[in-house]
Design a protein around this ligand. Sequence first.
Ligand SMILES: NC(=O)c1ccc[n+]([C@@H]2O[C@H](COP(=O)([O-])OP(=O)(O)OC[C@H]3O[C@@H](n4cnc5c(N)ncnc54)[C@H](O)[C@@H]3O)[C@@H](O)[C@H]2O)c1
Length: 437
Amino acid sequence: MKKPEKIKPATGKLGILLPGMGAVGTTFIAGCLLARKGLGEPIGSLTQMGTIRLGKRTDGRSPLIRDFVPLAKLEDIVFGGWDLFHDDAYTAARNAEVLSKDHLDLIKDELSAIKPMPAVFFPEYVKRLRGENVKKQTSKMELAEAVREDIRQFKKNNGLDRAVAVWCGSTEVHHEAADVHSSLAKFEEGLRTSHPAISPSMIYAYACLQESVGYANGAPNLTVEIPAMLELAREKRVPVSGKDFKTGQTLMKTILAPGLKSRMLGIRGWFSTNILGNRDGEVLDDPESFKSKEVSKLGVLETILQPELHPSLYGDMYHKVRIEYYPPRGDQKEGWDNIDIFGWLGYPMQIKIDFLCRDSILAAPIVLDLALFMDLAQRADMSGIQEWLSFYYKSPMSAPGLYPENDLFIQLMKMKNTLRWLKDEPMITHLGNEYYD
Ligand SMILES: NC(=O)c1ccc[n+]([C@@H]2O[C@H](COP(=O)([O-])OP(=O)(O)OC[C@H]3O[C@@H](n4cnc5c(N)ncnc54)[C@H](O)[C@@H]3O)[C@@H](O)[C@H]2O)c1
């Protein structure tokens, strides 16, 4: 990737479009509205609260990230999106039961004014849901045209200079890339003939890229990593990133696994199970949607532990991930991990984690950071896969043939070094020899 000559300033308003305005989407919108009124803190967001060290440790330069790179301000964001249900953002947020009524009532008017546009939906891709607010066009190309028209109208009605999209919709069933995804020409022909292997998320992504709107994929869906989409992203010079927000259990896994590996401690087994009772949990109760999630969750340990380099430590590791739908819990998931490790001379030990987390509270700041960084990438003319945003994803996209980086700390260093690189600041290698001359 060539270094951008200049980054366009973040002037005017930024549209953030969400295909899917359920628990995560509305918690994100409500949090931004509360934060911009000073009624809540955007905790968990690096773009709002994170700092970046510049120069030597003795220089004392650690500005806020948002003061270092030109990011859109919370006040300049306009929210929009699509959903299968007619509920406005206030009603959807009340139904999701993540934020309290007291919290939501402080911004009731703004939330109630955000109404979802009719969705593109094929029930075979999300088997546990039925659409009420769905587009009527029949061919997949007509549906893509309708989404493009939605984006144009949204920009026009709100006087927007630019927009980005973050998929916050349900997890679609697992499917593999097929011939129809292998080039843009084949994909467009597939849209015209309504090929069954073209999913709703692909239609949104295609429409966004055609309208020069960057697309971030918050679910494990097969969407922007297919060659057709990458070709379109390159052609239109638009950034893409994915996939599957890295929140509760996988976040813990990518914090802990690099630590165990850095001390060359062995792992015999890692069993992870969750109970959750929100709509996401209900969708994931369908084995085909769970399969998408399972693939994305299972991949992380392999690239962190590198069993091919350390067969005696990780070669026989048994890794299992379960998700159980349990309605009484709502969004307040509980994730258990049992990790069987071994140390000096092979003696066994165990680690147990019981993480009582709140899924959407962990996901909302990721949506904000991804939207703002994708907009930055767009203004810096960085198109195609944004590997530097791997930090936010369970199953990060990387160039074909390149293994993804899953270690959270390497991902953070990569992200911060990318920001330094963009602003002509020296990379920080942590060598630090100069302090001892
Ligand atoms: N919360 C987390 O920690 C977390 C972490 C990683 C990934 N995710 C993913 O984020 C997504 C959203 O999670 P959530 O908890 O908000 O789920 P949710 O069920 O509350 O919201 C999803 C919304 O998407 C809508 N939807 C489904 N298909 C659609 C389509 N084709 N077009 C428009 N809208 C559509 C549904 O009607 C629903 O309102 C899920 O795919 C989930 O797996 C969440």
